[in-house]
Design a protein around this ligand. Structure first.
Ligand code: ADP
Length: 230
């Protein structure tokens, strides 16, 4: 077992954002974390990353090195021009060799000396993964990694995740792309303050657990990013 999330609750004032959430994450799993806006998904990721302390409950990591892949645009948005290699080296304690190896593992070695900000959204997200891998992460935590990435690059990005998973990396990914996620992951966790569903993707009935507003949001996202941008 790599992560033990035991009875975790998070409250802000009188608002309970997470209510007695429990789940174990085992080595080699690929988990899709799904739920409507405001469900507490980011809060749970932040708690797992150690960025916030749960109000009650515990999170235990076993031989786990976490690598965080934030939403697009949050990895580096400074004004100083930095190269792709430099961004990855930040995750590798300055080691050029580790950074180069990590870039190779996401098939981005040819871009090492390009400016990070010149890359497409999909390429930036691959570099974000390289930065996590350069820090020897064995669990990748991704927060809506393909939001705003065109459809072709999304497919390539998901193929990369498939490859990394096959190589043994444990993955936890928040996504709104219910259909795509269901084809990719080994386990779906549907969260809305509490865990509504936790099991194999083939038994997950999205209509049962996700409210209409979510379905509309999903359609809107699909329309916005999925059509005509390939
Ligand atoms: P999701 O990622 O599923 O959209 P979040 O974890 O971002 O959900 O947020 C869950 C709820 O917690 C929301 O109602 C949000 O307004 C609230 N929340 C998140 N962070 C804070 C905070 N620092 N202070 C107060 N409320 C917060």
């Amino acid at each position: 077992m790599q992560l033990d999330i035991d009875n975790v609750s998070v409250r802000y004032g009188t608002e309970t954002v997470l209510d007695t959430v429990s789940c174990c994450v085992h080595s080699g799993e690929f988990i899709g974390l799904i739920g409507p806006n405001g469900a507490g998904k980011t809060t749970l990721l932040r708690a797992v990353l150690g960025l916030l302390k749960p109000t009650t409950g515990t999170i235990t990591r076993h031989d786990t090195i976490l690598g965080y892949v934030p939403q697009r645009g949050n990895l580096y948005n400074g004004t100083v021009p930095v190269s792709v290699l430099e961004v990855v080296m930040l995750g590798a304690e300055g080691s050029k060799a580790k950074a180069t190896r990590a870039l190779t593992s996401v098939h981005m070695e040819a871009y090492a000396h390009k400016r990070f900000t010149e890359l497409s959204g999909g390429q930036q997200q691959r570099v974000s993964i390289a930065k996590a891998l350069a820090g020897s992460a064995n669990v990748l935590i991704l927060d809506e990694p393909t939001a705003g990435v065109d459809e072709h690059s999304q497919t390539e990005f998901y193929n990369l995740l498939r490859y990394l998973h096959a190589e043994g990396t444990t993955i936890i990914m928040v996504s709104h792309e219910v259909d795509t996620v269901s084809k990719l992951v080994t386990r779906v966790i549907c969260l809305n303050r509490t865990v509504l569903y936790d099991g194999p993707p083939e038994h997950f009935e999205a209509d049962k657990y996700l409210p209409g507003a979510y379905a509309k949001y999903h359609l809107k996202l699909h329309h916005q990013y999925g059509d005509g941008h390939a």
